[in-house]
Each structure stands twice: as C-alpha cells, then as structure tokens.
Design a protein around this ligand. Structure first.
Ligand code: GDP
Ligand code: IMO
Ligand code: MG
Length: 437
C-alpha cells in the first residue's frame, strides 16, 4: 500500500505542481483524477518554467507513467495544445501518457454555457469561473443525457450523438442568448472532434484496470490534486467552488482506486492565503498588506492571468480541510514571500455574532459574516531563498511554521522557499513540531 496524494488545502494555487514534480522521483505513476484545464500547475526546473494544465506534472520526469483518469473533464484542443507545447520543448510524450476512456469531453456548447449560464449566482455575485467549460461539462456528466466520454469519440455513433445533443443545446441556449444559437454547427463539430479522436486514440485506454493492476503489483502511485479543498463542490465554500471534489475525498471517486490505498496524504498550503474569483475570504487583506503579498508572490492566475486576492494564513479553514482530506503531513509553500514583513498574522478563530468559534461554517452567508481573529507574530526580515535546512531558517520563521503546525495539528514535512525545484527544505526526518502548546 503506497499511494501518495498531494491535495491543496486552500482555494487553489498552493504550488501543488512544484511539490508533485519534487515527489515524482519516488513514484512510478502520476495521476490526475479531477478537474480539467481550469488547473494551472507551475514547475520550475533550472531556467525552464513549465505550466501544466491537464497533463500530470510527472510528465517532466522521464520514465514516469502519467495517467488522466475518468474523474477529469477533457477539452481535446486544450489537451493537444499542451501536448504539442511540451513536445516542442523536448518532453517525450507517447506511451508514458494514458487517458481514461471514461473521462468526459468538453464541447463548444460547454464553453458557451460557462459564459452565459454559469457566471453569476442567485444573489448576483460572480463565481468568476475560469471559463473553461468545466462546470457545464460536469453538469452534463451528472445529467447523463447530453454527455460524451473520450471512449465515445472512438465509436461509430459519434455523429448521431453530437447531432442529438446539438439540437437540444440549441433550444436550451436560445432561451438564454439568441446569438449563440447559430454558432453550434453539428457538422463542423463532428468533423473537428473526429480529428481530435484520431490524434488522441493512441493515448485512450482503460485507466481503471491499469491502476488497479498497478496497485496489485505494489507500484508507487502519486495522485496530483487540482484546485484546493475549499473549492470542493460538496465540502467547499459553495456556490463559490469548482464542480469536482477537489479535497481528499475526490481521490478514490475520481481515480477508481480505493481510499484504503492512500497511505500518505500531503496537504499543501501557501504560507498565506490566496483566492481567484468570487466568494467570501475571511482573512483577505484588500489593502497594502494584500498588495505586498501579490507583488512579492507574483499572485496572478496561471490560467487566466487574473490578480489573485491575497490575505493572511487562515488556520481555521486549513484545519477544516486538513481533517476533511485525511491529511497526514503538510507542505508549506512560498514562505519566502513573507520575508520582508515586520509582522505576520495568522487567522486563528472566527467571531460570528459575538461568539468565537474555530469551526468552519457550512453556509456561505455565515462565512461572509465572520470577523477573523488574528494572532500577530514577528517577521524575520531576512532573505531565506537559499536556506536548505530547517535549522538554518531564522528563529522567527521556525516559530511561524511551528504555529501553523500547531493550529492544524499535523507535522510539516516540506517548506518551499522559492519556485525552483531545489529551493525546498525537506524536514521528513525532523518534522516541525505539531504538538498543541
Ligand atoms: P498550483 O496550481 O497549486 O500548482 O500552483 P500555481 O503554479 O498556480 O501557483 C504557484 C506559484 O508559486 C507558481 O508561480 C510557482 O512557480 C510559484 N512558487 C512555488 N513555490 C514557490 C515558493 O516557495 N516561493 C515562491 N516565491 N514562489 C513559489
Ligand atoms: P489549480 O489546480 C485557483 C476557481 C475559479 C473560480 C472557481 C470555479 O491551479 O490550483 P471553474 O472554472 O473551476 O468552474 O471555476 O474555481 N478555480 C481555481 N482557483 N486555482 C485553480 O486550479 C482553480 N480552478 C478553478 O477561479 O473561482
Ligand atoms: Mg494553479
């Protein structure tokens, strides 16, 4: 039993890509199991920066098998663009990439729906989706009637299925936006997707059986989460979430591998918090502190380029997602971004209607109302980008990590002090203390 999962514990962009790249050498298989091209995972190796979206970050390590399972939604042109981009940069992609025939396919109507139907919630606040057709594709998956999977692209019934769906979608879309009606041309879509199918055919297979066999052979499998647990469709800050189970609970359902196989669950957090898109964010700093974090952390979305909202580390939220995801250890990323600050805050509790709580509310209206309770800690005001051992960190940086570990009650086993692969402190032998003070 040797499955390792990497799960974001905040609202995404916790630097999961960097950690997955780092862990890949200890694994034979790397799996993406939920989400789609809404994800943007950055890996920096020496002078080279790679931005991965649908293809597992493990693809950058030769000899590693990468698998995209049935829980992922795939937009074929995005995938092919990514594949061509990586190949052009000398990354070999052939039988080291396998795509599930069960993965649902994003079509042009999903992109239109994301723009026209899904942008705002009932109370008018925008979800601010990545506009990649993710929500509409998952909606059709659950609805079943208008869904097509990668395996369907290879079947002789493809034209018939597309014509049926286009006719229905035209009617639905016409009631929302008359302009889009004409842009769905079944013939053109059949031709386009037949072309994609021809290119993708060699990669498509039964990933469930492949992975179940791998488990029996005791292969080391690394599961690469996308988004973050607070964006989980069932357990996140609904409706300001993505449309898949992006917390740890999504690993078995998305991959088809039983949860009992997951031995190590590494929760990934930034040393502060960011969020892209709408929705409440109790520890947000819409002020000079937030701008400082955005500037130092280069907090602009990997996928859409949008400025990320920035705030202090929220220990209430992180403790909730740590427990939700079955996290066994934590990686704290982007610690260097805090290096210039004189004082650093951690949100250690919420006040709701005059009452203090450490429990994360389930309703978005309650979360909107919470007043964050902060603990202030002294900053270290020293550059830490070249530190490689825990004991070489300034004492205030170690204290800050100790506090995080204490609040979320898990050991910290990795600390990242810069985007590059080598700018990492591994503290597995001597984890930061997580005992309650
Ligand atoms: P992901 O979606 O979780 O993989 O994260 P993103 O790639 O969207 O965002 C993380 C960003 O932080 C990327 O630009 C990384 O190159 C960068 N990054 C990763 N680790 C560190 C770090 O320790 N320090 C700094 N300054 N940047 C980092
Ligand atoms: P990675 O894997 C940060 C956010 C969007 C929006 C909400 C719904 O790079 O961490 P969607 O397009 O999924 O329907 O958008 O979710 N979102 C992300 N935010 N990182 C991501 O992925 C995200 N994927 C989706 O900004 O608020
Ligand atoms: Mg990202």
């Amino acid at each position: 039993m040797s499955g390792t999962c990497v799960i974001g514990l905040q609202w995404g962009d916790e630097a999961k890509g960097k950690l997955v790249d780092l862990l890949t050498e200890q694994h034979e298989i790397v799996v993406r199991y939920q989400g789609g091209a809404n994800a943007g995972h950055t890996v920096v190796i020496g002078p080279d920066t790679y931005k991965l979206s649908l293809i597992p970050s493990g693809i950058l390590t030769p000899g590693v098998q990468c698998v995209v399972t049935g829980g992922v939604v795939i937009n074929p042109p995005s995938l092919l663009n990514e594949l061509d981009g990586l190949t052009a940069r000398g990354i070999q992609i052939d039988d080291n990439l396998m795509l599930s025939d069960r993965a649902h396919v994003i079509f042009p109507w999903h992109m239109i729906e994301d723009r026209t139907l899904d942008e705002s919630t009932a109370d008018g606040e925008n979800i601010g989706t990545t506009q990649r057709g993710i929500g509409p594709c998952y909606r059709d998956k659950v609805g079943r009637s208008y869904a097509l999977r990668l395996g369907d692209l290879l079947r002789p019934t493809l034209r018939e299925r597309i014509e049926y769906i286009v006719a229905a979608k035209q009617k639905i879309l016409a009631t929302f936006d008359n302009q889009t009606e004409d842009s769905l041309d079944a013939d053109r879509i059949v031709q386009e997707y037949t072309g994609y199918a021809d290119r993708l055919r060699p990669f498509i297979g039964n990933t469930n059986n492949f992975l179940l066999d791998a488990v029996e052979l005791d292969k080391h499998i690394l599961f690469e989460g996308a988004q973050g647990a607070l964006l989980d469709i069932d357990h996140g800050t609904f409706p300001f979430v993505t449309s898949s189970n992006s917390s740890g609970v999504g690993v078995p359902s998305g991959s088809g591998i039983p949860g009992s196989y997951m031995q190590r669950v590494i929760g990934v957090v930034k040393a502060y918090t960011t969020r892209v898109g709408g929705g409440p964010f109790p520890s947000e700093q819409d002020n000079d502190h937030g701008q400082h974090l955005r500037d130092r952390g280069n907090e602009y979305g990997t996928v859409t380029g949008r400025p990320r909202r920035c705030g202090w580390f929220d220990a209430v939220a992180a403790r909730y997602t740590t427990r939700l995801s079955g996290v066994t250890e934590v990686a704290v990323m982007l610690l260097d971004v805090l290096s210039e600050l004189k004082e650093i805050k951690i949100c250690v509790g919420y006040e709701i209607e005059g009452q203090r709580t450490e429990s994360f509310p389930s309703h978005v209206d309650d979360l909107r109302q919470v007043k964050p309770i902060f603990e202030a800690l002294p900053g270290w005001q020293t550059d830490i980008c070249d530190v490689r051992r825990l004991e070489d960190l300034p004492v205030h940086a170690r204290n800050y990590l100790d506090r995080i570990s204490m609040y979320i009650r898990r050991p910290i086993t990795y600390v990242s002090v810069g985007p590059e692969r080598s700018q990492t402190i591994q503290c597995r032998q001597e984890p930061v203390n997580c005992e309650l003070a």
